[in-house]
Write a protein that binds this ligand. Sequence first.
Ligand code: IPM
Ligand code: MG
Length: 357
Amino acid sequence: MSKSVLILPGDGIGPEIVTEAEKVLNALVENRGLEISTEQGLIGGSAIDETGVPLPDETLAMGKQSDAVLLGAVGGPKWDKIERSLRPERGLLAIRAGLDLYANLRPAILYKELAEASSLKPEVIGALDIMIVRELTGGIYFGQPRGIRTLDDGQREGFNTLVYKESEIERIAHTAFDVAMKRNKKVCSVDKANVLEATELWREVVTRVAKDYPEVSLEHMYVDNAAMQLVRAPGQFDVIVTTNMFGDILSDLASMLTGSIGMLPSASLNAEGQGMYEPIHGSAPDIAGQNIANPLATIISTAMMLRYSLAEVAQADRVEQAVQKVLASGLRTADIVSEGMTRVSTSEMGDAVVAAL
Ligand code: IPM
Ligand code: MG
């Protein structure tokens, strides 16, 4: 049965990197007979320019109909001044919420070819393979009330609300333990239970869910310590499960351990296994349109899409192997280039992955 993929290029480098991922997908359709149809939609700043809103109803409706969504990136200085609720980032949050994509998987894997590019010394970094499971549709990103108000004394006050229901914590904890069962059976739950009640409850609920997984060892860590441990001894982690905001921060941190934020993919899944796939990096407006961005995070996100939403596990393996082969051959985009390597453009990197396929 043919599967449908909604492609949302977005803003900044989004269109460039998504084009390279599409090349990879098309190559699989043409050479391996995959039955995948694609259509494009608007999100973020480009949607604002055309329709006035960052997530048009049509895009969400198309997303609901599709088997998977592949997204580039959203945002840029051009839209920073418009009303807060209409900014590009709100489009991204709205599609995550609209498709109920509560489970965000962010693997941080060090390709041995890129050990040089890691910000850590080789003896500290070791063989890094961490899966960050980030709660994606709750917490302080969505909690009400929120806003900026003017107080009686005339000064303004910004406020947000960190809230988690037991059911929200339970389902993301199940995701983390299920993922751990297929890996090294270790979960580290990251919170700030010594200060924040919402994460005190988080810790309690995760501990309760752990009882369903006797084979998995569970550890709890405060987020400040977790940040320190990630750069001190990252090898101790297998699966990290954490809140929306802590996951946002720790996944950027983890990306630097792997050499470049341009390398890290992500999958955001709902209870039905439908997913949206995107690189964890932003729209990098400073380098947009120059054909120098690294398309590999988006290409590896495409591999995750083949694996988790399109039931094409063998093809996912092939894409990941092709990326490895290209790195082994010494090709590097600007963000990961080092002495003795060959610097290539965004499109040359995409072509090389297709050739390696
Ligand atoms: C991410 C990004 C987004 C987030 C932004 C663009 C809204 O940083 O996916 O990590 O904070 O979730
Ligand atoms: Mg982020």
